[in-house]
Design a protein around this ligand. Sequence first.
Ligand code: PNS
Length: 161
Amino acid sequence: MNSGVAIYPGSFDPITKGHTNIIERGLELFEHLIVAVAVNSSKKTIFSVEERLEQLRDMFADNDRVIVDSFTDCLLVDYAKQRKAHAILRGLRTVSDYEYEFQMAHANRHLAPDIDTIFMMTESKYSHLSSTLIKEIVRYGGACHEMLDPQIEQHLKNKMK
Ligand code: PNS
């Protein structure tokens, strides 16, 4: 299968190797992936939307099947409709992700019955990763090169200075 357009939404504050793994695998299923920086009202972010967009654009500059964008003042499903995407891609790491993702997928399906959420299990070597945890590791000088792209690690270190 390799069809259509899917949205891969997230806070990406910052993007981790767990996210990039989902993007790489998502490209096996979809012709184009729109990696969309979005606002999660329950999270306080360290990078602005513009900074996150710039980081993602640099990262996927050579891949014309990855479109980097953001939406900040509408629902995900409305954004998906605008972009003519027929699926939302999300990674699942642990059982604790499940409840939140379950609620979100059902709410989105209720709002837009023609858009499906597709879940991918995060590769086990990345299943313990979260942007929140990584920010804490970097803040206290821990090594995180196995979790982050080197450029993103540098951005994070600069931000924490
Ligand atoms: O990376 P995250 O923080 O888990 O991503 C969550 C995100 C940004 C995808 C979610 O909060 C979202 O879709 N926000 C946009 C507003 C919206 O549609 N909210 C209702 C979701 S049911």
